[in-house]
Design a protein. Structure first.
Length: 194
């Protein structure tokens, strides 16, 4: 079994995230891909994402009808700062023994990967799948890191751009799934942010 893990704030989830997930499923022949929203990112200290319940709701709406993609909410339930190595250890302890695990990572995060908590241990637990992004980092890492590169379909959109558009009351059409846009509008999420 081949299982992909896609961590992030997903604040909010957008079509770029879904295109990356589809590319990973197809290019790596994944059996399953789990979206894992972080409670708090160690790379964004002092930045609180949208309420957990809303981020989970939007992710579940975005993945409705996807039989090989699901939301794993363990980091949100665990609370505090979310560390990838802790999550991967939990998943491997409860998941299929024969599974091969893949962690999706943006190319812009490659240069800091060796600084992640217990990165060498993490490298023994997962194979990294690099998501191409503008201004991405180095093309590879030395052993013990096992790295694959997605070709995928790059959509140059970011959650921060979407939050800015929502704050200004601009359209989010073609940037987020329709049900996610409805939640953003109904909840007036991000409207109080500059």
């Amino acid at each position: 079994m081949r299982i992909g893990l896609y961590g992030g704030s997903f604040d909010p989830v957008h079509l770029g995230h879904l295109l990356v997930a589809r590319a990973a499923l197809e290019e790596l022949s994944l059996d399953r891909l789990l979206f894992i929203p972080a409670a708090r990112s160690p790379f964004k200290p002092g930045v609180a994402p949208a309420p957990d319940a809303l981020r989970l709701r939007m992710l579940r709406l975005a993945l409705a009808g996807e039989n090989r993609m699901a939301v794993d909410d363990r980091e949100i339930h665990r609370g505090g700062v979310s560390y990838t190595v802790d999550t991967v250890r939990e998943l491997r302890a409860t998941g299929p023994a024969e599974a091969v695990w893949f962690w999706l990572i943006g190319s812009d995060h490659l240069r800091t990967l060796t600084q992640w908590k217990e990165s060498a241990a993490l490298a023994s637990l997962v194979e990294f799948v690099v998501i191409p992004r503008p201004g991405g980092g180095a093309s590879g890492l030395p052993p013990p890191y096992r790295v694959h590169h997605l070709r995928g379909w790059t959509l140059q959109v970011s959650s921060s751009e979407i939050r800015e558009r929502a704050a200004r009351g601009q359209s989010l059409r073609h940037l987020v799934p329709g049900p996610v846009a409805e939640v953003l509008t109904a909840e007036e999420l991000y409207r109080s942010q500059p």
